[in-house]
Design a protein around this ligand. Structure first.
Ligand SMILES: [Zn+2]
Ligand SMILES: [Zn+2]
Length: 433
């Protein structure tokens, strides 16, 4: 059989259009898995930072930011052995010695101690980094949970890729506190010529931040759509929306009223407990960032572009937004025995704008996110395909995808939790000024 040149060309074009559109990697990028919220003995966690880093390395992560409260893992720090054993349930030292060897562990008698109490040295990041890091395989990033307060509520922001600690800046109001800390990080980034990623943590922890407040601080581009700590009120309550709904409210206000860029959502562990006690654990929430190289600058630049997704158990092969076809497409890596449901969530530009303030039992307004119509963060389409896609009609302010597995989360942080993955919002670029 004679195969004509035209046949070969049309077959190649057909193959390209049919199989490659949206899926083929046009560059050398890949997905890197990381957690940007972790606590150690440097603040209120109950394990040594190198033990925690080793856990992430051993469990398939590529990067980890150590983010203790108002402290960096730098300088000299000795801690009472009794405190470590009490926090770690009596097993922290034994596990530490067996993982890193007796010679690695530094102890001393506590200065001026009458009873001869022992202390253990907490190693700074620059001393243990080289034991765990490997180029293109695993990266440790210095960070801090800037733990501020305003209006009697906690205002916590994680700053990733710091060289010096940022003291909480404080302010009269929650939005000002967010803004002040953000500016301090921006100033350090400018001075060092190194990017710093600042994300707002757990907005519903202590019912600290409302959607309207967060919408107004338009310079803050990142927040935690999922935080693995069980006390962060992920699902909200009868008067306050869950964190995912808050995200949609924030992005609706930003795009509709301010013509400002939307916020991107991270999943994190906020891990404190490493010895099996109830609380916040490793492995509940992470981000997958798409870059060529594994270094802080590349990761942060990719996240600034929205080139990442968040997960509590689901892996995606690809997320692609086709500008020409105005279509958001995902490819889900299926796991044995699981089925998947993808919701495409968004707000249309003609949404019902009326919102109502929340009142207490005496009809006084309370400090909480207002109640919005169902149009805000509405489910625009649902798919059970492993390759779900949504073509925008053109009247959407934004569209995002959330994939939910039929599988229960192995270590849930809230009742009934299923494994999920969250895309960033798409389809908004023509709206932003
Ligand atoms: Zn916090
Ligand atoms: Zn934290």
């Amino acid at each position: 059989m004679k195969i004509s040149f035209e046949f070969v060309v049309s077959f190649a074009v057909f193959f390209w259009l049919g199989f490659c559109t949206g899926w083929c990697q046009e560059d050398d990028t890949r997905w890197w898995r990381g957690n940007l919220h972790t606590h150690s003995l440097w603040s209120d966690g109950n394990d040594f930072p190198e033990m925690i880093a080793k856990w992430y390395l051993d469990h398939g992560y590529h990067f980890l930011a150590l983010t203790d409260h108002n402290v960096l893992s730098q300088g000299q720090r000795w801690m009472d052995l009794s405190t470590i054993e009490e926090r770690g349930g009596g097993v922290a030292m034994e596990k530490y010695r067996s993982a890193f060897g007796q010679n690695w562990v530094e102890t001393r008698e506590k200065p001026n101690s009458v009873k001869g109490e022992r202390q253990v040295r907490l190693k700074p990041l620059n001393e243990f980094r080289e034991k765990l890091e490997a180029p293109g395989k695993f990266l440790l990033i210095e960070g801090e949970e800037i733990s501020d307060r305003s209006q009697e509520v906690p205002v916590h922001l994680n700053a990733t890729n710091l060289s010096a600690m940022i003291s909480p800046m404080g302010a009269a109001t929650v939005p000002e506190a967010i803004n002040n800390n953000l500016r301090a990080a921006e100033e350090q980034a400018r001075q060092n010529g190194e990017p710093i990623l600042v994300h707002l943590n757990h907005p519903n922890f202590g019912w600290a931040v409302t959607a309207e407040e967060l919408a107004g601080v338009t310079n803050e581009r990142f927040f935690e759509v999922y935080n693995g700590h069980p006390s962060v009120n992920h699902l909200g309550d009868e008067t306050r929306p869950g964190v995912e709904k808050m995200w949609d409210i924030v992005n609706t206000i930003r795009l509709d009223q301010f013509k400002a860029k939307p916020m991107f959502g991270l999943a994190t562990d906020d891990s404190h407990n490493y010895h099996g006690r109830p609380g916040s654990h490793t492995g509940r929430g992470w981000v997958m960032v798409r870059t060529e190289k594994l270094d802080p600058r590349s990761l942060i630049e990719a996240m600034n572009q929205g080139d990442f997704y968040s997960s509590s158990g689901i892996e995606l092969q690809s997320i692609h937004f086709d500008q020409q076809r105005n279509t958001l497409s995902l490819k889900i890596k299926s796991q044995a025995g699981a089925t998947y449901s993808t919701q495409f969530i968004g707000t249309k530009s003609n949404y019902a704008r009326r919102s109502v303030v929340q009142l207490d039992s005496k009809s006084n307004p309370i400090r909480a996110t207002r109640v919005y119509s169902k149009d805000v963060g509405a489910v625009l389409a649902t798919s059970t395909s492993l390759e779900p896609s949504y073509q925008l009609i053109g009247d959407e302010l934004f569209v995002r995808a959330v994939v939910t597995s039929s599988r229960d989360h192995a270590d849930p942080s809230f009742p009934g939790q299923k494994e999920q993955a969250w895309s960033q919002p798409f389809g908004w670029k023509t709206i932003v000024r």
